[in-house]
Design a binder for this molecule. Sequence first.
Ligand SMILES: Cc1ncc(COP(=O)(O)OP(=O)(O)O)c(N)n1
Ligand SMILES: Cc1ncsc1CCOP(=O)(O)O
Ligand SMILES: [Mg+2]
Length: 221
Amino acid sequence: MSRPFDPTLYLVTDTALCAPRSVPEVVAAAVAGGVTAVQVRDKTASRRELLALTRAVQAVLAATPSVRLIVNDAVDVALLTGADGVHVGQDDLPAPEVRDLLGPNALIGVSVGSAAELDDVLALPAGTVDLVGLSPVWSTPTKPDTGAALGLEGTRALAARARAGGLTSVAIGGIHADTAAAVAATGVDGICVVSDVCAAADPAAAARTLRAALAGERVPA
Ligand SMILES: Cc1ncc(COP(=O)(O)OP(=O)(O)O)c(N)n1
Ligand SMILES: Cc1ncsc1CCOP(=O)(O)O
Ligand SMILES: [Mg+2]
C-alpha cells in the first residue's frame, strides 16, 4: 500500500439506498461526518455506469486523500480509474490474480465468512491480501445472499486469527450506531456500514454518530 488505509469507519455505497440523493453527494456528507474509507458497490450498474460512478466518487474524495477508494468486484474499473483497490468475495476473481493485475501497491480486500475461508486467505503468500471483510456479523436486508451470521463471538474469533496472521479486519452486516461499539470491541480494525449511512436522512450526522459510538460515547436510542 502506498498510503495508509484507515479502516475505522468504512462506508460501502448502495445507489438505491442513497436515492434520491446521488452516491457522490452522500459520500461527501459521510466523509464530512467521519467516514475513513469508501467502497463503491452497485450490484445492478453496468460496467460503464460503475466506471462513471467510481470516477464521480473519486472526484469527491480528491479533497480528502486520506480517505481511500475501493471498488467492489470490478478489477477493470479499479484499473481504469486508478482507485486504491478492490474488494472481492468468495465468488469473485481470486485474490492472487487480482494482485497480479493491480500490482503491489493496491489494497485488496477479501470477504470471509468462516474459519475455513480465513484459513484460505492466510495460506496465500504474504502481501496477497491486505484486508478481510468478516461477514455478515448479522443478517441484513441490504444483502440477503450472505452466509450464516457470525454474531459477536464468531466475529471475535475470526478477528483474532486475522490479526495473528497480519491481516487488517473489518466487520460488516447489520451494524448500526447502537451496535457499533460492541462490534468494534470484538477486535476488528474497523466497521463497515451500508444502510446506516446510505439510507440515513442525514448521512453526515449518521457518520458522526457512528464515530461517537466507536469513541465510546453514549449513543441515544
Ligand atoms: C468490506 C467488505 N466485506 C464484505 C463484502 C461482501 O463482498 P461479497 O461477498 O463479494 O459480496 P458483494 O458485496 O459483492 O455483494 C464487501 N463488499 N465489502
Ligand atoms: C456488502 C455486504 N457484505 C456482507 S453484509 C453486506 C451489506 C451490509 O449492509 P448493512 O450495513 O446495511 O447491513
Ligand atoms: Mg463481490
